[in-house]
Design a protein around this ligand. Sequence first.
Ligand code: AMP
Ligand code: ZN
Ligand code: FE
Ligand code: FE
Length: 298
Amino acid sequence: MTGPLIDLHLHSTCSDGNESPRTVIEQAALHGLDIVALTDHDTTEGWAEAAAACADAGISFVPGMELSATVPGGSVHMLAYLFDPTEPALAAECAQIRDDRYWRLDAMTDRLAVDYPQMTHEFVHSFHTEGGTLGRPTLARALQALGIVDTISEAFDTILSADNDRYYVGHYAPTVERAIDLIRAAGGVPIMAHPWTLGRTSIAFAEMGDEAVHGIFARMAARGLAGVEIDHEENTPYGRERLRIIAAELGLIVTGSSDYHGRGMKPVSPGAHTTSPEMFDRIVAQASGSAVQWAVAI
Ligand code: AMP
Ligand code: ZN
Ligand code: FE
Ligand code: FE
């Protein structure tokens, strides 16, 4: 395959990744990527540093975010690209989510401390960069440092699983419909993140019939959903095939990305999955809130 290598979903210490925006971009460049989006949870804090690092590395920068959202069954994620970060309604919603994620982390910490007394607030907070959007990865890093789990993924599969009522606490997020409205109103392009997974709230799953899955995506598309992230490590191979058919039927944009959270986090490197240049062009064509910062070389 020729053409630029595009990864539209990476996290930094501005949310729950473990590398600074600059380091994330350097890793992306090392893996041969040409166009990269920083998509921290519910914040645009890392854009300036990432854009500067992209300019230094000679790659193109796409401003992005992964907005927390809810469906009746639980919590999901909506990728947002090229929106205006100063648009007040979206910025206020993000601030509210970040605030609730802060209290939610302390609530989960209190529950964990019942069984693991070393999990104090102070200890847990030492595993994230001040100001970054908090998520379970911070708890996973603390549990790993204590030797309670060997890997971050083991923590997510066991102690920190969303099914584990003993420790899991949710956090505030807008409905998917509101998330789509907010992103569009800010000139951005909403793409449903990893919609067909096991082990976390999933938009679709194998037991659902074609009509049901089609109906869900048709309603979101009518609301303003632009596309769907299909090539993602956690979408099941079977789900990816069914999503491809539905995306084609509905004319949705299809993306692929790594969801990199830094080395030692998920077993993916930048560029583990990529988005085609044609699909990326369609995202850019729909956006009016902010601009791609093109590398001079392209
Ligand atoms: P939260 O949003 O706080 O409920 O935490 C879930 C976040 O942890 C998601 O953004 C995941 O992508 C992220 N995460 C990072 N590393 C892992 C991992 N090894 N396994 C599962 N999720 C992970
Ligand atoms: Zn994350
Ligand atoms: Fe996500
Ligand atoms: Fe993500």
